[in-house]
Ligand binder design. Sequence first.
Ligand code: AMP
Length: 414
Amino acid sequence: MKILTLNCGSSSLKFDVIHTTIEKMQRNEDSSLVRGIIEKIGSNEAIVRFKTHHGHDSKVKMPVNDHKEALKKIIEILTGDNPKILSSLEEIAGVGHRVVHGGETFTKSVVIDSAVKEEIVACSDFAPLHNPQNLIGIQVASEFFPHIPHVAVFDTGFHHTMPNYSYIYPLPYNIYQKHRIRRYGFHGSSHRFVSKQAAELLGIPSEKSKLITAHLGNGCSITAIRGGRSVDTSMGHTPLEGLMMGTRCGDIDPALILHIMNKEGLSIAEADAMMNKKSGLLGISQLSNDLREIEDARDKGHEMATLALDIFCYRLKKYISSYMGVLGGADALVFTGGIGENSCIVRELATKDLDFMGIKIDQSKNTMNNGVLGKYERPTDISASDAKVKTLVVPTNEELVIARDTVLCIEKLL
Ligand code: AMP
């Protein structure tokens, strides 16, 4: 089956066509035919980028007014002759959509019908910046592909196994009862994917594994996984809680928000923007939210870039240590995401002095591939030979999870 996956943001549309079947996914033999992104949708200078599995690489600027036009462009790419990707659109057997928030309703991926759409709308209250965009993607794709199944894969889905003492905030309980305010967690597809890959690499059945997975990208979250099930995760009701991120502050004293609003005369929207868009690596370094730039500046002695990286790694180390306690030890610590897969400095600093709890990396394995050759192409063990807890770098593939779930839902196996 060829599955089109779509990840619809406010001004972007990411796509991938993945060739997979139940047999292929069991043997890890499913593959991407083409993947790409259209950015700056709504402008005359939208950027259309894609790369095929044959290595054809394309990047052009053109006007793209809205998401409908963007999908039309994607369909042109898929059905064009240069390069040839599909013989016809009929080859697409299903469309998998990333949906950020599934609330308490969606614990796994589902075939989209009108009732599902209504529930996704209802969950928009929890993710006002994301769910409405995801819905636009579903709407537009349904117009172009009206006769094949569409499946929603939720970022929150994997975390529904958390116990109540992990997801309930110690606020008055009626806040949860009235508004369903609780920890939901995000990056679920990524945590699920890399934990499965890690268990396979370790040769441990997923049901018996204890893993800590750190997804470190522009957004960062870390999850404690016991027996293949999420038991705690650092992001909360929103993707703001937890680790320090590119532009998000992560955990802070909750009283500070009101205090800063008062001191700085900030509106709710301004306070929200401060915590989500002006904090994190960018806020401390005053330089960039991009870790590569922070690392370069740190190498040149930039004081605030050094501090930004130190805070980032220190906070990550605190979470790793606390999840070791949550799980009562772990088989492996897994790094993934743009930072987790590529930054040897972050992996080094975040695991420094943790050998007392069994975590110890081998520096030569840690620095292998870093930057120069780009990503670790496959799951790699970077632990020291005497480490009790393995440290792994596992490239994530959220699109593959979406495509696989789409097939499983179509086959009614999920
Ligand atoms: P993602 O959201 O997963 O695409 O990750 C984006 C983050 O990964 C950004 O902070 C990038 O700076 C970081 N990143 C990507 N490549 C590298 C690299 N080679 N070294 C350090 N950080 C990187």
